[in-house]
Design a protein around this ligand. Sequence first.
Ligand SMILES: *Cc1c(COP(=O)(O)O)cnc(C)c1O
Length: 398
Amino acid sequence: MTDSNHPASLDTLLQHTGVAPFNDETGAAPVAMPSMRTSTVRFASLDALDRAQAAKARGERVVTYGRVGMDTHAALEQVFCDLEGGRRCFLAPSGLAAITVALMGLVGGGDHIIAADCVYGPVRTLDKTVLQRMGIDVSYGRAQPQALAELVRKNTKVLYVESPGSLLFEMLDIPALSAFAKEHGLILAVDNTWGSGYIYRPLALGADVSVVAGTKYVGGHSDLMLGAVVVNDSGLAKRINDTHYAMGYAVSADDAWLALRGVRTLPVRMREHAGHALQVCEFLACRPEVVRIHHPAWPDDAGHALWRRDCTGSNGMLSVELRFDDARARRFVNALTLFGIGYSWGGFESLVQLVDGPALAGHGYWEEAGNALVRLHIGLESPADLITDLARALDRAA
Ligand SMILES: *Cc1c(COP(=O)(O)O)cnc(C)c1O
């Protein structure tokens, strides 16, 4: 489709979607959608309110109260739908909140979830602290149809995965997992924070639900927490819509505005992050301390063929396995000056995380060999400077 409503390129669409409509009287509109802060909505008449309530009962996006959010929220929902290729989007105050509203919308007491063993760590905490208490069981396994088949129970409802997986960026075969889910009547939900809809689109590959932490590349500036759940199917949309409303998930208009502001530059940022990360991979591959680089766009990565098949780009995330004991790995991380020591990623800046053993213990993809694993987010700094910093820190760790 190449008409003006559906430009061929996502880059173009991202600059033209989610914009403010023209004012009927003045024929003018702000170029940048303002932050429309309000706690509630007022109606011109009871008839107008009744019409809104009726549309809401049909599951349409109608605002009768502030929690749903007005134009700024609607614009951001449209952006997520365009990015992910979905029909409905639900915003949440964090990426993790997006995961909770998706799961709460899809399962209930007595149900069973199969989760990929490479999912974002806090999902296991959600399982241990809340899901278990509500009588929802979660089993973890390598996200490959052969390994998952033995985990399926009569009450399994959802297959929840993340691709590429957390920490090691294990590429999953979403079309194969989708076929497996269909065969067993499961809903396939994918955490697509890595791709953020721009370089990877799970819904198009057969997933039913895509969850994104907008905190990362969509916001892009390390200044907000936000999440989104995107779906195509109207039945799933209704279930998540009802849960979302009932549980009171609300996002500040200012945060929605920050995400809208950030997402306009997603294409240029993502390309820079990806280019810088590949330069860092090239440098690391030449160092004797490096055992293995985990980055799907890197030709030696085990998931490279899947990445080539399913992704349209890459980002700044990589993990490097170093022939270091813990003390030496700590010296390396402490010696870095341009990489902030901290969790999260997707912002403008480089960050480093020394991944601890327990975090990797449950990942079947991890080949435990006594090596240290360091996760890097390659930011928008000059890659030459980042490489100099890494080289110095590797030397100092010795
Ligand atoms: C950060 C992250 C989340 C959670 O997002 P928050 O906004 O920090 O709650 C979920 N999934 C993945 C893969 C993440 O990296």
